[in-house]
Write a protein that binds this ligand. Structure first.
Ligand code: GDP
Length: 300
């Protein structure tokens, strides 16, 4: 995953300078915290997240755990690591399955965020684990969306329920609900519902997504967000949280040249865990998200 390059380099540089010192003065700590703050802001991490993060790091770095440490600089790096893991969600959160199948997974997100691609990747990953997912084409807004899901399903070797052509005339709520019934009848243990998104947050589509949520009572509502959208990430995530109340986040395009801040902001701002990282256009480019591994990558 070629992400966080600049942020990672800047933090490494900051810590290299810090390690040159023995005991740390409050001025050393403040200087370091200022550099971390600048690096995070330049990487597009949202301001409230940066403020909270640096305040915590500063407080801990000025406390006993650093002044009494054998290697104070190393202890500061450790604190930054721990606080990074915390803003990325702490413990790894796995996908939740229903006690009584089918498990219903609804996808939401802006158009172009990578929803349809993710649907195929998730189907593939679940199939490898012995599941029998059914993809449901409930994005009837964009003329090509149904076709695209069909192509993805075929590549993933997954079953698909796509009763409407996707010319905007069908009822996506009915398609989604029927899709769950079909899965139950045909004994698919997982249903993945692809829903429509526009280029910007849109009241009508948000209501549609909320209606699909109500009609299908999903076990997971996964909000797919393009890691490259920078500062917009926070507002988009908040809008989807208010509109559909998602249960987890999928970061897509983490392979891109993103400055990575979206990733650092979304879990913290919404309080929802990042469950997957999508890292390429290929069907196998999907990883379970581990906050601790991501923090290590950033600080490597
Ligand atoms: P949707 O409109 O939300 O369904 O988005 P799509 O799944 O159609 O994806 C939009 C574009 O992003 C397509 O060209 C995908 O190939 C591309 N894409 C999706 N996920 C990734 C990813 O993880 N990495 C990269 N590099 N491209 C991706």
């Amino acid at each position: 995953m070629a992400t966080f390059g600049t942020l990672s380099d800047r933090l490494t540089e900051t810590f290299r300078n810090l390690r040159k010192k023995g005991q740390l003065t409050p001025a050393d700590v403040d200087g370091t915290v200022r550099e971390i703050r600048r690096a995070l802001l330049d990487a597009d991490v949202a301001l409230p997240v940066v403020k909270e993060f640096t305040a915590k790091v500063r407080e801990r770095a000025l406390g006993d755990e650093v002044s009494k440490a054998l290697n104070p600089a190393q202890q500061v790096v450790q604190i930054v690591n721990e606080e990074l893991v915390a803003i990325l969600g702490g413990e790894q959160r796995r996908l939740q399955f229903a006690k009584n199948p089918p498990t219903v997974i609804m996808l939401a997100g802006l158009q172009g965020s990578g929803k349809t691609t993710f649907a195929g990747k998730l189907a593939r990953m679940l199939e490898k684990d012995g599941h029998t997912p059914l993809l449901v084409a409930a994005d009837l807004q964009r003329p090509n969306a149904v076709n695209q899901l069909q192509v993805v399903a075929e590549r993933a070797g997954a079953a698909i329920y796509a009763p409407e052509p996707g010319n905007g005339t069908g009822d996506p709520v009915k398609v989604a609900k029927d899709g769950v019934d079909v899965a139950r009848r045909q004994q698919h243990d997982i249903v993945i519902i692809d829903t429509a998104g526009r280029l910007g947050v849109d009241a009508e589509l948000m209501k549609q997504a909320a209606d699909i949520r109500k009609a299908t009572d999903p076990d997971e509502v996964l909000f797919v967000i393009d890691a490259m959208i920078g500062q917009d990430a926070v507002n988009t995530a908040k809008a989807f949280q208010d509109g559909v109340d998602f249960t987890g986040v999928v970061l897509s395009k983490l392979d891109g040249d993103a400055r990575g801040g979206a990733a650092l902001s979304v879990a913290s701002v919404t309080g929802r865990p990042i469950i997957f990282a999508s890292t390429g256009e290929g069907l196998d480019d999907l990883e379970a998200f581990h906050p601790d591994r991501m923090a290590s990558r950033i600080l490597d």
